[in-house]
Design a protein around this ligand. Structure first.
Ligand code: ATP
Ligand code: MG
Length: 432
């Protein structure tokens, strides 16, 4: 505890100091002979209590007190005024300026010591309170940090769990489809070869039939057989069947190719890439793959318009970027669907190169995002979807864990009831 005694009288200073020493007051005593010296000591040393004479030449006690109270560093120090009975007016003024207490002059030892002891007690409580407050503040900060950590861990866990579940499902389904589609594809191939052969044979039979029909050497039985065959041909619509067969087979091949693509996209998406699995990909291919996955969701309700410029390959984690595209496109589809509108929706996908970035814009003509919440959409767990239908993790994962880690950017711009644009920017690195 440091006590500073300020008085222009050397006698008073020494007298006050001696009383404190004689009464074993546990403190370090500093003395100042003038207001100026007092202020210098107070600003350079941490003082706990000031005993301040009111009447001093040059700078009186009230001026010193005013300066102490004005200074942010010293404003809370308890200041006890030293005063003689004739200073009543000045005493009042001191209290108006923030004095803590007063001690009468000439010094009466018992009163002096009692006042100082009370001031020390109060000061100790103040220090104790200050320390406790700072401990509570620190503990509070620790709790906040812990809470944040907990939330982050929780959402990483949820995300891992979700991805693992979807991944397993998708991989399983894709595997199941892959097998049958393999033999359907190879059987159709064989079937088409057989049909070509059968058609060739039928052509020959038909020619023979025409030939026989045109000759005169026909027994009654041959005539009847020829007629029966013509009747059968027309009954079976053989001409139509033969002309339609090719387009049916072409359609089947097209269907098989589509299913194969879906399966391939699902398998690519479900593949458990390591976070460090970076490779060079054409961003447009990733868009096409994602489109295969969302096409069904958008069918009959939303048109998809593409304007994809030729792009350089970019180094990225295919699964993760696929996840970003899927979430943003699904958000757009869900936003348009939420409007239950009559007219067709529209999602535009645009890619181009700008400076050293591949840029992709995903624009939907859905409801837009309210200005009041647009700053929150990248926060974990922020969702406006019904409980159970959205976790609110899609964009936060896309932003924090994926695009940022690719040294890219994910931006949003939205105009209510007009459009929402999400822009993904990924850096182009030269292949070494
Ligand atoms: N294209 C959009 N149009 C309107 N609102 C959008 C659009 N995209 C995102 N939002 C808003 O941002 C919120 C957060 O999206 P985010 O993808 O992070 O989570 P979610 O889609 O709600 O749930 P999850 O993706 O985890 O299933 C959405 O709930 C929605 O309010
Ligand atoms: Mg989402």
């Amino acid at each position: 505890m440091k006590i500073l005694i300020v008085d222009d009288s050397r006698f008073n200073l020494e007298y006050a100091k001696n009383i404190l020493i004689e009464n074993n007051i546990d403190c370090h005593i500093l003395l100042a002979n003038s207001g100026k010296e007092a202020l210098e000591t107070i600003t350079s040393t941490e003082i706990d209590i000031v005993i301040l004479d009111i009447v001093m030449p040059e700078m009186n006690g009230i001026e010193v007190l005013t300066k102490i109270r004005k200074n942010k560093k010293t404003h809370a120090i308890p200041v006890i005024m030293f005063t003689s009975l004739t200073d009543k007016q000045a005493l009042q003024e001191s209290f108006d300026c923030g004095a803590t207490d007063f001690i009468n002059k000439p010094i009466e030892p018992i009163e002096f010591i009692s006042r100082i002891k009370a001031a020390i007690r109060i000061r100790k409580y103040e220090i104790y309170l200050k320390e406790t407050l700072s401990t509570i503040k620190n503990q509070n900060q620790e709790l906040l940090d812990l809470n944040k950590q907990l939330q982050e861990t929780q959402y990483h866990l949820v995300q891992k769990e979700k991805l693992a579940a979807i991944g397993q499902l998708a991989a399983g389904v894709a595997h199941e489809i892959n097998n049958p589609i393999g033999y359907v594809s190879s059987n159709t191939e064989t079937l088409s070869k057989y049909i070509r052969k059968i058609k060739a044979a039928i052509d020959q039979y038909s020619e023979l039939l025409h030939c026989l029909n045109d000759t005169d050497i026909q027994s009654e039985e041959v005539k009847n057989r020829i007629k029966d065959l013509y009747d059968l041909q027309s009954k079976l619509h053989l001409d139509f069947i033969l002309s339609d067969i090719d387009s049916l087979i072409d359609d089947s091949f097209e269907g098989i190719e589509k299913v194969t693509k879906i399966v391939q996209s699902l398998r690519n998406f479900a593949r458990q890439d390591l976070e460090t699995d970076f490779n060079y990909y054409d961003f447009n291919d990733l868009i096409e793959e994602t489109l295969v996955l969302i096409k069904n969701e958008a069918k009959y309700i939303i048109d998809i318009e593409k304007k994809l410029d030729e792009l350089p390959l970019i180094s990225c984690n295919r699964t993760q970027i696929g996840q970003v595209l899927l979430n943003i496109m699904m958000n757009a589809v869900q936003a348009i669907k939420s409007q239950n509108r009559k007219e067709q929706g529209l999602i535009k996908l645009i890619t181009f190169v700008s400076e050293n970035y591949v840029v992709c814009e995903i624009i939907d003509d859905g409801p837009g995002i309210d200005k009041a919440v647009i700053d929150k959409i990248f926060n974990p767990f922020f969702t406006t979807k019904e409980v159970g239908s959205g976790t609110g993790l899609g964009l936060s994962i896309s932003y924090d864990l994926i695009v940022n880690k690719h040294s890219g950017a994910l931006l949003v711009n939205s105009e209510m009831n007009k459009r929402t644009t999400f822009t993904i920017k990924l850096p182009i690195k030269t292949i070494s």
